[in-house]
Design a protein around this ligand. Structure first.
Ligand SMILES: [Zn+2]
Length: 271
């Protein structure tokens, strides 16, 4: 599943091809993905002002409003030439003259949404309104994490995944950042000190920054017709390494299930 770094790298990959370009066509080859696909032909003739991202949502800003895209479980965005034949899972095209932004999504958990400017700022859209702070937002501080978790008795791993305090720390990066901060994933969020939240925040930002940098090397793959670019992987410390020796202390990595999601940790390094 694409996580925040993949979505940000997708944005970086497609932005130079479409920002400032005029939309000349819109094609939806099915009525819905996760939700009904709105008819966006009314945007034809408008220039795409800029792209943005909020959590795992990609935003395309037009003069009359925002297109909100989500890649779901399996979505990819590609830049293809207008005469490129659509394959079976190529569901939506945004045509910008000689460049087409194409959404490929075999599992169809992705989304195309429309938020007109008249409805207010895009951050008030129902999909975005309750999202927590961005991981690189200067307002995301250890003090904020500490304050917001004082009443949260759930394990820290699940609080990170919930996305209402901080967005973008998905299953992979939650396990990895907790390992790097030496915090056991089962620890109730309200029991973690301010000092440890400072370390955790540093590691969350570091692991996401490394993933985005790694993905940056794959940017050329966003241009092409095959849709096969894999999502990039860091060398993980714990994620999907159950039973293998910890890269720091050699203790076998443990796996447990929290909220139906697999969590990986080192019982020696993480306390
Ligand atoms: Zn260890």
């Amino acid at each position: 599943m694409p996580e925040l770094p993949e979505v940000e790298v997708t944005r970086m990959g497609v932005a130079p091809h479409i920002e400032g370009q005029t939309l000349t066509g819109f094609v939806a080859r099915r009525p819905d993905l996760r939700w009904p696909i709105p008819d966006l032909k009314h945007l034809c003739g408008q220039r795409l002002l800029h792209t943005d991202r909020r959590g795992k949502y990609l935003l395309l800003a037009f003069p009359t409003g925002w297109v909100i895209l989500h890649l779901g479980m399996s979505g990819h965005l590609l830049i293809v030439a207008p005469d490129t034949p659509a394959r079976i899972h190529d569901h939506v095209d945004f045509v910008f003259g000689q460049q087409v932004l194409r959404l490929y999504d075999p599992r169809r958990f992705g989304a195309v949404l429309w938020h007109p400017k008249a409805a207010g700022p895009v951050i008030t859209h129902a999909a975005l309104a309750r999202l927590g702070r961005e991981p690189f937002d200067p307002d995301l501080t250890a003090a904020y994490l500490h304050r917001e978790t004082r009443t949260r008795q759930a394990p820290i791993k699940q609080v990170l995944l919930a996305g209402d305090i901080v967005v973008g720390v998905g299953n992979i990066y939650a396990s990895e950042s907790l390992f790097r901060a030496r915090i056991r994933p089962q620890t109730p969020a309200h029991r973690i000190s301010l000092v440890r939240y400072a370390t955790l925040l540093t590691e969350i930002q570091a692991v996401l920054r490394e993933a985005i940098a790694k993905g940056g090397s794959t940017l050329k793959d966003f241009v092409g017709a095959d849709g096969s670019q894999g999502y990039f992987q860091l060398t993980y410390f714990v994620y999907e390494r159950a039973g293998q020796p910890c890269r720091v202390c050699r203790t076998p990595i443990k796996r447990l299930v929290q909220g139906q999601r697999a969590t990986y940790y080192c019982p020696q390094c993480q306390r």
